[in-house]
Design a binder for this molecule. Sequence first.
Ligand SMILES: [Zn+2]
Length: 77
Amino acid sequence: MTEHRHLDELLRVKEGDAGCNAGEPILDAYVELELVGEDPARVFPGTAIHLASCPGCRADHDGLLEAARHFGDVPSG
Ligand SMILES: [Zn+2]
């Protein structure tokens, strides 16, 4: 039994996690896929994993999704 091994697993970034540096361009594209009914997790699996574990990035994503729903698909002209 090694306690620190368990701690190690907690501290280690989840495998495949894209991290907070995925950035807004990716979140933008991610949200766009959601809006058109695609599964963004298939295109950006690392981002999907990260959003599930990072409240900060999830808040960013939610804000983008909200904004895109309001303003994104309105045909301009
Ligand atoms: Zn994050």
